[in-house]
Design a protein around this ligand. Structure first.
Ligand SMILES: [Zn+2]
Length: 256
């Protein structure tokens, strides 16, 4: 897994291990974890960078898009010379230089109903960094069915949302409880509405932060939709309860 010696790894994570509530066993859980990151945009870039640098052992990064100059203010693993190249291939090469202790697998294809079931089943935790309503619903449905932890987020203009879903919690709702998958939902694409660079960075780092804590075995709050206003730096939280008519989680235990 590692391109570093054990002595180098010890030094690399020495400040992490100085934390009172993070011991060798927690770091070991992180180092052995396998995370699927779907999307390599304004959220996916900071997520992948901090998961890889922060101790995740294996990262599978999926995105079918190519680097465009308009991405660069938010997607900080790419530069102008990368224009036209597959994002995850450029990103994986950058992570190979910056965080060689993390094994990165890059799939330069769009996530869909054919490839996601196997990829989600292989992961300990999934981070959704996509910006398509239907893809989000698919990821939510598959994570519930396969019993995989899910960290979702979205960002547009100055605002973001963050939601951690534990499919093994019988009382918590899911993304489909919150947004009915049968309704028409316009995707709030950055290309149409704009996005402030560090708003994406902030919300992406919140995703990586919660994913690292969860993987290490530290407490996290699941089933809570956090609404982030990056202008005021205010965060509101709304409990997501299981909807009795939900087509994904109502009356259906996770993992079935
Ligand atoms: Zn639900």
């Amino acid at each position: 897994m590692t391109a570093l010696s054990s002595a180098q790894e010890e030094l690399l994570f020495s400040r992490t291990l100085l934390l009172e509530d993070l011991d060798e066993a927690a770091l070991s859980r992180l180092r052995q974890s396998r995370v699927l990151v779907i999307g390599a945009g304004g959220l996916g870039c900071p997520v992948a960078l901090y998961l890889a640098a922060g101790g995740v052992g294996h990262l599978h990064w999926v995105d079918g898009d190519l680097v465009n100059l308009s991405n660069l203010p938010r997607q900080v693993l790419f530069g102008p010379a990368d224009e036209g190249q597959p994002k995850v291939l450029v990103g994986a090469a950058a992570l190979g230089r910056l965080a060689p202790q993390c094994q990165v697998q890059a799939s330069a294809v769009q996530a869909d109903a054919h490839n996601l079931p196997d990829w989600i089943a292989e992961a300990d935790l999934v981070v959704d960094c996509t910006d398509q309503f239907e893809t989000r619903q698919l990821i939510n449905r598959l994570c519930h069915r396969l019993g995989r932890r899910l960290v979702m987020a979205s960002v547009i203009q100055w605002s973001g949302q963050l939601l951690l879903l534990d499919p093994l919690d019988p009382t918590a709702g899911c993304y489909a409880c919150l947004f009915d998958p049968t309704t028409q939902q316009a995707d709030a694409a950055c290309g149409a509405f704009g996005v402030f660079s560090t708003a994406a960075g902030l919300v992406g780092l919140m995703q990586a932060h919660e994913a690292l804590k969860w993987l290490a075995g530290l407490p996290v709050q699941t089933g809570l939709l956090r609404l982030v206003d990056s202008r005021s730096l205010e965060i509101q939280a709304v409990r997501v309860l299981r909807h009795s008519g939900c087509s994904v989680c109502a009356g259906r235990p996770a993992g079935l």
